[in-house]
Design a binder for this molecule. Structure first.
Ligand code: SIN
Length: 506
């Protein structure tokens, strides 16, 4: 069959390679250059139970605990159960994971993992190593690669996906397909502070919503606790805390144990909120103190962070560095079954664009590269199979309270598309302040109303930038509406009377 894969992170590259190996004609479309996007920026690594002291069951237990009870145990079992096969595949494709002198995988520790189980490459350049190997494999395979092509919409006819509509060099063009695999990543650009690149504008989720696909868990946005607080959005990997770095407040006091017995290695949402609260209480940034690790070990284990922080004027081997939380990962997305099928026949979703149910309310560190690989393979394997029908056939996690089916909660479909007068920065600031780390009913209502007004005043987008902003506005509305609809606090979604810290972007 003719398969179009949209997106070229680990999920899209893996799906394309496996679809081609299964004999399908594959076109891989990407909005930047092949391999651009979030995967190549990933520092931490790939989680998996590799050591004698570890097991898939322990990995599953940690994943379920981090997810706040909202992960789907079956999806989690699939994720952890396939980890060693996917790591072996990456090794076979040339990813040089870091190893001990006797050749075993070196295993890093990250928050909320009960074991050191993170495979990494180049110290803290795991994503770059994976992107390099997989893009080389795609270039060598008989796969048509279309770069610089923006996904405008899915082409849907008779309730099934028939292809995609692209904007390439300002011209609109359609590509017909028997199946479309969305692997377009997340929407970190929804927030004023983010680790995500400028292209993370949720194009695939927005297109899927416009096509009538069900989405789920959009209220669950993960904020990474430790991003360099200099306005750059540069991530300082959780693995640094795994190696012993600690968080200190303005008085030099370790405060992370005030909120959780695991201190700096508590689940990400807990640590991120603790940092935000402490910074707000003292009107001073929290700092990450990695000095005890030592200059030589920091440079060896974290060469990218070492270089990038020094380039920005920080010597983290000598002094604690200022850190802030920033939007990092979207747990929700286009709702899928265990093979990446969405609620729209012919449409698959894999990686961050998808909601497979593995992450629940808070993703466990370094489970995302793994998820992209695992579900990329599974979706490719399901391509030729007849599309299931009947009530049990398509998922649907969208039946959860936060589910967004055929358009965001409380909104009519089709969603009007937006352009001016709002500006991306306006959306990012609104989302940061009212739909961020700490949420309140009043703040969420204000966000929903403001976004509704911006949407009503908008015009149809024409350029890529306008399309991206329109997608962000649509997703902002969906996220804010889902957050308003979820009245309890769980995982990354916390309703609180304490306002989020006022944004002062450096
Ligand atoms: C990190 O290195 O801290 C990020 C890893 C992840 O997001 O899973």
């Amino acid at each position: 069959m003719n398969v179009v894969v949209v997106g070229s992170g680990i999920a899209g590259l893996t799906a394309a390679l496996h679809a081609r190996a299964a004999g399908h004609a594959v076109t891989l479309v990407t909005k930047g250059a092949l391999g651009d996007g979030c995967t190549r920026l990933a520092q931490g690594g790939v989680a998996g139970a590799y050591g004698a002291d570890d097991s898939a069951d322990l990995h599953a237990a940690d994943t379920l605990a981090a997810g706040g009870g909202l992960s789907d145990p079956t999806a989690v079992a699939v994720l952890v159960g396939d980890a060693s096969a996917r790591i072996a595949e990456l090794v076979a494709r040339g990813v040089a994971f870091d190893r001990t002198p006797d050749g075993a995988l070196l295993r890093g520790r990250e928050a909320a993992h009960s074991r050191a189980r993170i495979a990494h490459a180049g110290g803290d350049a795991t994503g770059a190593a994976i992107a390099r190997s997989l893009t080389a494999a795609v270039r060598a395979a008989d796969i048509v690669v279309v770069e610089g092509a923006f996904l405008v919409d899915l082409v849907v006819d008779d309730h099934a996906v028939r292809g995609i509509r692209l904007l390439v060099d300002r011209a609109v063009t359609d590509i017909a397909a028997d199946a479309v695999v969305l692997a377009t990543g997340g929407a970190g650009q929804l927030y004023a502070r983010t680790t995500n690149p400028r292209g993370a504008t949720g194009d695939g989720i927005a297109a899927a919503l416009r096509a009538g696909a069900a989405a789920a868990d959009l209220e669950f946005v993960q904020f990474h606790p430790t991003v360099l607080d200099d306005g750059s959005g540069f991530l300082v990997s959780e693995a640094v805390r795994g190696e012993g770095a600690v968080l200190i407040d303005a008085d030099g006091r370790r405060f992370a144990f005030d909120t959780h017995p695991d201190g700096e290695l508590a689940p990400r949402d807990v640590v991120a909120r603790a940092i935000a609260r402490q910074a707000a209480a003292q009107s001073s940034p929290v700092r990450l103190d990695a000095t005890a690790i030592g200059a030589e070990a920091l440079a060896r284990r974290f060469p990218t962070i070492d270089r990038m922080t020094r380039e920005r004027g920080f010597d983290w081997s000598a002094d604690p560095i200022p850190v802030t939380p920033a939007a990092h990962y979207l747990m929700g997305g286009v709702a899928t079954d265990l093979d990446g099928r969405t609620s729209v026949p012919g449409l698959f979703a894999v990686g961050e664009v998808a909601c497979t149910g593995t992450h629940g309310a808070n993703r466990l560190a370094s489970n995302s590269l793994l998820e992209g690989a695992v579900f990329g393979v599974r979706a490719a394997a399901a391509l030729g199979a007849p599309w299931p029908s009947g009530p049990d056939a398509t998922l649907l996690r969208a039946s959860t309270p936060s589910g967004v089916s055929a358009g965001p909660v409380g909104m009519s479909v089709p969603e009007p598309r937006a352009s001016v007068p709002f500006d991306r920065g306006d959306v990012q600031r609104l989302m940061w302040e009212h739909v961020g780390l700490l949420r309140s009913d009043a703040g969420l209502r204000h966000a929903v109303e403001t976004l509704r007004a911006w949407s009503a005043a908008s015009r149809p987008p024409r350029s890529v930038a306008e399309h991206e902003d329109a997608n962000l506005l649509l997703l902002a509305r969906a996220t804010a509406s889902a957050a308003l609809a979820r009245t309890d606090s769980v995982g990354s979604h916390q309703r609180d009377t304490v306002a989020a810290p006022v944004l002062e972007t450096a």
